[in-house]
Write a protein that binds this ligand. Structure first.
Ligand SMILES: Cc1cc2nc3c(=O)[nH]c(=O)nc-3n(C[C@H](O)[C@H](O)[C@H](O)COP(=O)(O)OP(=O)(O)OC[C@H]3O[C@@H](n4cnc5c(N)ncnc54)[C@H](O)[C@@H]3O)c2cc1C
Length: 171
């Protein structure tokens, strides 16, 4: 196996945490830096399509922990409340070898956080747990040296930097 890398992931959103879970199989030394003080996901529903579930479940994703429901159909209504469309979602699951799941955003975040940071024996014996730091704002990355600069002035040396800082990414 190649030597482990010092990986710094910027952003503990869904993408940053999922990336940490995938990379920990390589036994890398993973640090996740999150600007906000703690779990900041809010109470919306979220659906994950079969292709996402197909990827996540072999990584230890536990649908029961997320209290996920299987979507079997989707109805669309007009503003008078008349149903104008029905989509049977079960064929998508069959074609893609996994279900289409609906869950609470906060619970998905918590499950991905667990997969990224829990000890190996709790998540199927995979690699080294990532370390996550909240309230750690990144203000710059030196792409030549791999130095990740925090607002506090600290610089974290990294072999690999992953910018998972969202749609308005500055990384
Ligand atoms: C209303 C709504 C409904 C949606 N529904 C679905 C759905 O049903 N299914 C689906 O798959 N997708 C859905 N999406 C899309 C999905 O929410 C996003 O694609 C997903 O959250 C993006 O995750 P991310 O980790 O890339 O970014 P984010 O969740 O934005 O995470 C980025 C993280 O980086 C942190 N960050 C930013 N800058 C810095 C910095 N300088 N230093 C350190 N940390 C930093 C932020 O605080 C944040 O925590 C929906 C989106 C919306 C708005």
């Amino acid at each position: 196996m190649p030597p482990p890398l010092h990986v710094t992931i910027i952003g503990a959103g869904l993408a940053g945490l999922a990336t940490a879970r995938i990379l920990r199989d390589g036994n890398h030394d993973i640090t996740i830096l999150e600007l906000l003080p703690s779990n900041h996901e809010v109470g919306a529903a979220l659906s994950l399509g079969p292709s996402a579930i197909y990827l996540l479940e072999p990584l230890g994703f536990d649908r029961k922990r997320c209290r996920a429901l299987t979507a079997v159909g989707s109805r669309t209504y007009d503003k008078e409340g008349r149903q104008i469309h029905y989509q049977d979602m079960r064929p998508f699951a069959v074609a893609n070898l996994a279900d289409w799941l609906m869950m609470h955003r906060v619970e998905l975040w918590e499950e991905l956080y667990r997969l990224a940071t829990a000890p190996g024996h709790e998540v199927g014996g995979c690699g080294r747990a990532a370390r996550a730091f909240c309230g750690a704002e990144v203000v710059g990355v030196d792409v030549q040296s791999g130095g990740v600069r925090l607002k506090s002035g600290e610089v974290i040396a990294s072999d690999l930097v992953v910018g998972a800082d969202g749609i308005k990414s500055m990384i």
